[in-house]
Design a protein around this ligand. Structure first.
Ligand SMILES: *[C@@H]1O[C@H](CO)[C@@H](O)[C@H](O)[C@H]1NC(C)=O
Ligand SMILES: *[C@@H]1O[C@H](CO)[C@@H](O)[C@H](O)[C@H]1NC(C)=O
Ligand SMILES: *[C@@H]1O[C@H](CO)[C@@H](O)[C@H](O)[C@H]1NC(C)=O
Ligand SMILES: *[C@@H]1O[C@H](CO)[C@@H](O)[C@H](O)[C@H]1NC(C)=O
Ligand SMILES: *[C@@H]1O[C@H](CO)[C@@H](O)[C@H](O)[C@H]1NC(C)=O
Ligand SMILES: *[C@@H]1O[C@H](CO)[C@@H](O)[C@H](O)[C@H]1NC(C)=O
Ligand SMILES: *[C@@H]1O[C@H](CO)[C@@H](O)[C@H](O)[C@H]1NC(C)=O
Ligand SMILES: *[C@@H]1O[C@H](CO)[C@@H](O)[C@H](O)[C@H]1NC(C)=O
Ligand SMILES: *[C@@H]1O[C@H](CO)[C@@H](O)[C@H](O)[C@H]1NC(C)=O
Ligand SMILES: *[C@@H]1O[C@H](CO)[C@@H](O)[C@H](O)[C@H]1NC(C)=O
Ligand SMILES: *[C@@H]1O[C@H](CO)[C@@H](O)[C@H](O)[C@H]1NC(C)=O
Ligand SMILES: *[C@@H]1O[C@H](CO)[C@@H](O)[C@H](O)[C@H]1NC(C)=O
Length: 450
């Protein structure tokens, strides 16, 4: 070190030693008020630890947004924390808390969404896909959110299930939360109940683990039916998402348990218990005319299916574009490749495995052979349990792009509830060189399921 550098540093060293001596006689909290740049308004809180105060019956959204603004943007060396106590936080307005970094979130209580339907229809924020919208945009990097098995997001969804009265994808109906622009993050032991619509969409995100998540969107008024009760209450949807793990989920709902949509890659779904809804969905995809989208490297394993429509199903739009998303579309390009579905246990499933390339505007029929979206290397292996169906698989691929590399094997642990025989029917259209099974006929009907 040169003499000049030493002279410049001297005042700094003197100032620092003054503070170090002084600190011996003061505790750290007492020091905070004299460091205004680092002190929080609450005074004695550590500067980047925020405890969110519930606003009684009033809107807690401003306090939540404020807490994330103050404590949600940190360096890796000095992580922040946002703590929700064991209270009910009423949420009466939209929230956008994206761009967070290095923050731990503790949720001990409940966020309860308000039921002012006209407000949400007019204010919900765009998700960025399918013209869908959301009550809360959330995201960032290096986030760890723990709900300890009790922290709950409650969408108060019954009012929405009553209100939409069977209308698919009601415009402006909000998803509960959208995890957007998120990387290297963990969501642990959080509960999501009575979601207004889809529970969560994970979009423009990568390297996320969601573990021990409980989702239950049960319509307590309308009867369970596959087109009506809790319609559009998907457990989770991935869009433009890479390396996402869903482990140890419970989902009870009226639609897709977990759905991998446009550009979902390297997705693992394991050790899950699904109830009532439609099953694991690959798609829908191929909705945007001429746009190339993919699903690749999806594994689902050790999945229990309780009283559901399918174990798993694929759905692509037809090659004929009609109308606009969310309810219209078609003509999309791309592929779904390397999807492995293994170690499923079915309990009273009404269907087992299905592929349809017939999805179209408002479930219009026809054009099932027009999709150019290619499904390949789909393996379904080692499923056991009970079903009411005699059809093991209904694989309706498009003649414009026949399915290849379809393996359905080691499925003879499945028996029907009616006569305890293994389902023997494999309905196929445009399936090239099937492995592990022989096609026994053509699909009985078009399956336009969205
Ligand atoms: C949270 O509060 C509820 C009642 O408001 C109480 O029953 C419950 O035990 C509390 N939980 C914890 C972990 O303190
Ligand atoms: C959400 O906030 C971010 C800034 O944090 C902004 O860039 C983005 O446009 C906002 N999104 C919406 C839909 O308002
Ligand atoms: C719900 O829709 C059905 C037709 O699907 C109609 O008969 C009924 O009146 C509607 N109910 C309400 C409350 O709008
Ligand atoms: C995938 O995400 C997990 C976190 O869930 C991370 O540990 C892992 O390194 C990521 N893999 C790659 C290839 O980035
Ligand atoms: C979901 O909630 C309904 C209604 O409260 C309840 O009957 C059902 O048991 C719950 N499902 C699961 C899997 O906990
Ligand atoms: C399968 O998943 C269940 C949860 O549904 C879990 O309890 C069990 O340990 C898992 N089995 C294996 C072999 O990982
Ligand atoms: C989706 O993936 C395809 C194939 O990798 C790529 O060409 C396209 O740009 C991606 N789209 C988006 C919006 O990321
Ligand atoms: C298929 O995906 C799995 C992960 O889901 C991966 O381990 C495997 O290497 C992939 N196979 C190919 C041929 O890409
Ligand atoms: C699928 O997995 C294989 C093997 O791990 C990898 O080489 C390939 O890049 C993955 N595909 C995508 C789209 O990430
Ligand atoms: C088949 O699946 C069952 C149920 O998940 C599992 O217990 C068993 O170990 C699997 N068998 C093989 C050979 O992987
Ligand atoms: C057993 O039941 C299934 C489903 O109802 C049916 O498709 C099949 O033909 C029945 N098999 C026999 C031998 O009766
Ligand atoms: C399919 O049919 C061929 C010809 O009858 C037969 O040799 C083969 O064993 C069958 N495969 C299966 C999996 O049943």
């Amino acid at each position: 070190m040169s003499r000049v550098q030493y002279l410049l540093l001297l005042p700094v060293l003197l100032f620092a030693s003054f503070w170090i001596c002084k600190m011996k006689f003061l505790d750290a909290a007492a020091l905070l008020p004299v460091l205004p740049a680092f002190a929080s308004p609450a005074g004695l809180e550590r500067p980047n630890v925020c405890v969110v105060k519930a606003s009684g019956g009033n809107d807690s959204a401003p306090a939540i947004i404020d807490a994330f603004q103050r404590c949600g943007h940190n360096s890796g060396e000095n992580r922040g924390k946002v703590i929700f106590g064991n209270e009910t936080y009423h949420v009466k307005s939209i929230m956008n808390t994206t761009g967070l970094s290095n923050v731990d979130i503790e949720l001990h209580g409940t966020l309860l969404w308000d039921t002012n339907i006209p407000y949400w229809l007019n204010h919900s924020l765009p998700v960025g896909y399918q013209n869908q919208s959301s009550a809360w945009l959330f995201g960032g990097e290096n986030i760890r959110w723990d709900g300890f098995g009790v922290g709950t997001l409650d969408g108060n969804g019954q009012v929405w299930y009553d209100f939409i009265n069977g209308t698919n994808n009601y415009p402006g109906r909000p998803h509960q939360i959208t995890i957007a622009g998120t990387k290297d993050s963990i969501f642990d032991s959080i509960r999501f109940v009575q979601s207004q619509m889809w529970t969560m969409t994970i979009i423009h995100s990568q390297n996320i683990l969601l573990e021990g998540i409980y989702v239950n969107s049960t319509d307590t008024k309308q009867q369970v039916g596959f087109d009506f009760s809790s319609l559009n209450t998907d457990g989770a949807d991935t869009v433009y998402a890479d390396n996402i793990t869903f482990r140890g989920w419970t989902v009870d709902n009226g639609d897709d348990s977990i759905s991998t949509k446009a550009n979902s890659t390297n997705i693992l779904i394991e050790d899950c218990d699904f109830y009532t809804g439609l099953g694991i969905a690959i798609g829908s995809i191929g909705q945007y005319d001429g746009v190339f989208e993919i699903v690749e490297n999806v594994t689902a394993r050790n999945i229990t299916i309780n009283n559901m429509r399918y174990g798993a199903y694929f759905k692509t739009w037809t090659g004929v574009s009609s109308g606009y998303p969310p309810n219209g579309g078609g003509g999309g390009l791309g592929y779904a490749a390397n999807v492995t579905l293994e170690d499923f246990v079915l309990k009273n499933a009404s269907g087992i495995l299905a592929v349809t390339q017939c999805t179209s505007y408002n479930s219009a029929s026809g054009n099932c052979d027009t999709s150019k979206f290619h499904i390949r290397d789909l393996t379904s292996r080692n499923w056991t349990g009970t079903t009411t169906s005699g059809v093991m698989a209904d694989v309706q691929c498009s003649a414009a792009s026949p399915c290849t590399g379809v393996v359905i094997d080691e499925m003879d642990g499945i028996v029907t509830t009616t006569n305890s025989t293994v389902p023997e029917i494999y309905l196929c259209d445009s399936v090239i060189d099937p492995t592990g099974f022989n096609c026994t006929g053509e699909p009985w009907e078009e399956n336009p399921r969205r």
